[in-house]
Design a protein around this ligand. Structure first.
Ligand code: FAD
Length: 308
């Protein structure tokens, strides 16, 4: 496997040779304050001219951002020509409540849902479905499909979801989500291209035919990412710590290192046949913009604002 990865890295085209056949999408979270709102909107407007396939807005644990997610997605639909996707989870809500949220999205013109189970409200306690709620993401996908012909994206885990009995079991669960009506999978972040390729090959061998889009997290703060990674079963390689050593007080240098690592990951994924990338933007445009630019994804300034 290591030899194979080394070969792919050598074969990877230089950035200058990427042929403009890449599609991207961007993920945002709903803002809590006015300042964060301005930051989000700046990021949306900066990234919009890159012509993403869609942009998505996350849903807070336990439905804590229900109104804010809705308001953010509805504003993107109203004020831009971007295709907007709303994340939705099964946590702490009955089927009727979730169906009502989905109906509101449909009425607001939203046609794409990222359907997730969500995490238990108290970290570390196992997930217990709400009585009368959807029990899993696959269950939610089926429910949404009964309501409206949504386009649906689901989550995939190249290193296996932390609660899964095995990677094979988790891939079987991914297949259930696709079979229930999922259009594509978006992966949890990861840092080894080879890990993603092995997952993609295994998923194909177990009958997952939908595209699996890698989720790219440009990391400029390893300590913060490590805390997050511990909860979601992603591995932070040792080399990443070494690359950021001594840069604590040099935020601009950290950004440059972050862009380089993420662009290199994308370049190697491209060499392995990947053509679509989903960026976890954390509501900041610069890193995603720079990486897209290096990948040959260039702007068309026309798409940002809807005609008055
Ligand atoms: P599921 O697909 O239901 O799987 C959960 C676990 O149960 C897995 O281990 C699976 O293997 C197992 N499982 C399910 N069904 C079965 C079965 N029948 N038999 C055996 N095992 C089974 N969280 C949020 O709160 N808000 C968000 O906006 C959000 N966005 C995300 C976006 C992406 C791209 C990703 C990758 C994750 C996101 N998450 C979000 C996190 C997600 O909610 C958690 O990872 C959650 O723990 C699992 O959600 P899921 O949809 O993968 O669940």
């Amino acid at each position: 496997a290591q030899l194979e990865e080394a070969r792919r890295a050598l074969d990877a085209p230089l950035f200058a040779d990427l042929s403009g056949d890449i599609g991207v999408s961007f993920e945002f979270f709903p803002p809590k304050t006015e300042k964060m709102d301005t930051q989000l909107w700046d990021a949306v407007q900066t990234l919009a001219p890159l012509g993403p396939r869609f942009v998505s807005v996350t849903y807070g644990a336990g439905g804590s951002t229900r109104e804010r997610t809705h308001a953010t997605v509805a504003r993107i639909v109203r004020e831009t020509s971007l295709a907007a996707a709303a994340h939705l989870t099964c946590v702490e809500a009955t089927r009727e409540e979730i169906d009502a949220i989905a109906d509101e999205y449909w009425a607001a013109g939203v046609r794409h849902i990222v359907a997730l189970r969500g995490d238990p409200p108290v970290a570390g306690q196992g997930f217990a479905p709400h009585p009368g709620g959807y029990a899993s993401a696959a269950d939610l996908v089926a429910g949404l499909k009964r309501l409206h012909p949504f386009e649906i994206s689901v989550a995939a885990y190249p290193e296996a979801h932390p609660e899964a009995r095995s990677l094979d079991d988790d891939i079987d669960n991914l297949k259930r989500k696709i079979d229930a009506g999922g259009t594509r999978a978006i992966s949890q972040f990861f840092f080894s291209p080879d890990c993603f390729f092995r997952f993609r090959d295994k998923a194909a061998a177990r009958g997952v035919t939908a595209e699996i889009v890698p989720g790219i997290l440009p990391v400029s703060n390893v300590a913060q990412t490590r805390r997050f990674a511990a909860q979601c079963g992603a591995t932070i390689p040792g080399w990443m710590d070494r690359l950021f050593e001594g840069l604590d007080d040099l935020p601009a240098a950290r950004q440059l290192v972050a862009a380089t690592i993420a662009a290199e990951l994308c370049r190697r994924l491209y060499a392995g046949g990947v053509r679509d990338f989903h960026f976890y933007t954390l509501n900041r445009a610069e890193l995603a913009y720079a990486i897209c630019h290096m990948l040959g994804v260039r702007g068309n300034a026309q798409v940002t604002e809807k005609a008055a």
